[in-house]
Design a protein around this ligand. Structure first.
Ligand code: NDP
Ligand code: 2IT
Length: 446
């Protein structure tokens, strides 16, 4: 088996040199899915995984725009249309200086499996730019978004490819891009998700990823005969996913101790409450301040510069910032300090060595493609509402989100059982794979 996996990865690596993040994501899937393919005749000999790692289409384009000093700036825009076997391409747009082909291909690849797990008909895609929204004025962000969409619009559509937000792309950026798309096409359609409520958005979409992570973690813990109530929680990040993971964890009676950004983390030993979190949301979403500004109002808290929160003793860890933000040493520290559950809000936040520690010690560990699927799931519900020209209530959308997270948990149990232990990585990868592979086989050599 090891040689089959190694040969496969050598072949994929030949075509994708200098793409470490993409190879990392492919390796994790190959290690769990290839043994399943070998045991199942319908998939064996069809080169099905080799087809899945090859994007159906990669689009790269120039984004020229003028900053407030009237200097011409140039960025690179991308859209990776990875797999459309079970539905139109669907996935977020990331604006961050670290964006490159490898990062977006890893995200698009993960998205195939994640979207399949949601039970909704969505293929996998991802896009973005190396544009850094940090420190830019609103008008600069608007000009960038308009220029970005002036090229992207010809590649997307409500039945073709439906982008949404990710790091650096929130409701402000979705608004500017939607406005430009509508001008260019003269059509009001659900071409983007994460839209504002008054112009086609869905209730609960802003909350969905963070809430979904916590619903999933609660399911894992219930399966082990415990729950979140009274547990201490460390969260990284302080953006969209982190904020709403914190909100739901607090609502469910957990004690949230930390949040972070790329400059360091805050530690509030008393735990965050609704009022403190509202203040953080205002700091981050309206003032666009750094997380350290929290101490100006709550001086009893600590700010630890340049570090991740994983050194803080906690029972539950929710990495909600970015890829590879939790390494082997940090995983060991979490386990030593009594952590019993890790639920990934971010995409691929744990390094392979960190994951190895979690599985070796048999703690509950949910990979992002399962635990953060609530965001894209409610995006799928936003698409459904746009097609119906109708809006569901907050309660209706939340109930559907909870039921989807519960179904994903069940799929992980169905495919991830190992003697006395649930391997959620294996469960998520195989369950996600089966639906897409069956569709691809039915559609011929595609
Ligand atoms: P936001 O832009 O709202 O927030 C990102 C947060 O992560 C910020 O606090 C940011 O800090 C921090 N961060 C980003 N890059 C780094 C880095 N290189 N090192 C340290 N901290 C970093 O993004 P989201 O909350 O939307 O996304 C967070 C994660 O969740 C990403 O991995 C994303 O792919 C994933 N995700 C998002 C979904 C969504 O619906 N939005 C759905 C599923 C997954 P700073 O401000 O200092 O950069
Ligand atoms: O990583 C993700 O799942 C997202 N950024 C959300 C994608 C979406 O289409 O809502």
């Amino acid at each position: 088996m090891d040689t089959t996996i190694k040969d496969f990865l050598t072949e994929v690596n030949k075509r994708n040199r200098n793409e470490p993040e993409f190879m990392q994501a492919v390796t994790e899937v190959a290690e769990t899915v290839i043994p399943y393919i070998v045991k199942n005749d319908v998939y064996y000999g069809q080169n099905i995984l080799l087809r899945m790692v090859e994007p159906e289409r990669v689009i790269s384009f120039r984004v020229a725009w003028i900053d407030d000093q009237e200097e011409i700036q140039v960025n690179r825009g991308y859209r990776i249309e990875m797999n459309s076997a079970i539905g139109p391409y669907k996935g977020g747009l990331r604006f961050h200086p670290s964006v490159n082909l490898s990062v977006l291909k890893f995200l698009a690849f993960e998205q195939i499996f994640k979207n399949s797990l949601t039970t909704l008909p969505m293929g996998g895609g991802k896009g973005g730019s190396d544009f850094d929204p940090k420190g830019k004025t609103d008008t600069e962000v608007m000009r960038f978004c308009q220029s970005f969409m002036t090229e992207l619009f010809r590649h997307i559509g409500p039945n073709r490819d439906i982008p949404a937000g990710d790091i650096g792309v929130g409701s402000r950026e979705i608004g500017y891009m939607f406005g430009q798309y509508k001008r260019l096409k003269n059509e009001f359609t659900g071409v983007l998700t994460g839209k504002g409520i008054s112009w086609g958005g869905s209730l609960i979409r802003p909350e969905a990823t963070g809430y979904g992570v916590v619903y999933f973690v609660q399911k894992m813990m219930e399966h082990k005969g415990t729950g979140l109530r009274g547990k201490t929680v460390a969260i990284s990040g302080s953006g969209n996913v982190a904020q709403y993971a914190a909100e739901k964890a607090i609502q469910m009676g957990a004690k949230v101790l930390t949040l972070s950004d790329s400059s360091g983390y805050i530690f509030d030993a008393e735990g965050l409450d609704e009022e403190k979190l509202t203040h953080i949301m205002e700091l981050k979403n309206i003032k666009r301040a750094r997380i350290s500004a929290y101490l100006e109002k709550y001086p009893k808290a600590k700010f630890v510069s340049g570090k991740s929160p994983w050194e803080v003793p906690c029972e539950v860890a929710l990495p909600c910032a970015t890829q590879n933000e939790l390494n082997e040493k940090e995983a060991e520290m979490l386990i030593k300090n009594g952590c019993i559950c890790v639920g990934e809000g971010a995409n691929m936040p744990s390094t392979p060595e960190a994951i190895h520690q979690f599985t070796k010690h048999k703690i509950l560990y949910a990979p992002g493609k399962a635990s953060n699927a609530g965001g894209v799931a409610v995006s799928g519900l936003e698409m459904a509402q746009n097609s119906l020209r109708y809006n569901w209530t907050r309660e209706e959308v939340d109930a559907k989100l909870q039921s989807i997270m519960s179904d994903i948990h069940q799929s992980c149990l169905d495919y991830g059982q190992e003697s006395g232990y649930v391997n959620y990585v294996k469960g998520a990868n195989i369950a996600g794979f089966v639906k897409v592979a069956d569709a691809m086989l039915a559609q011929g050599v595609v």
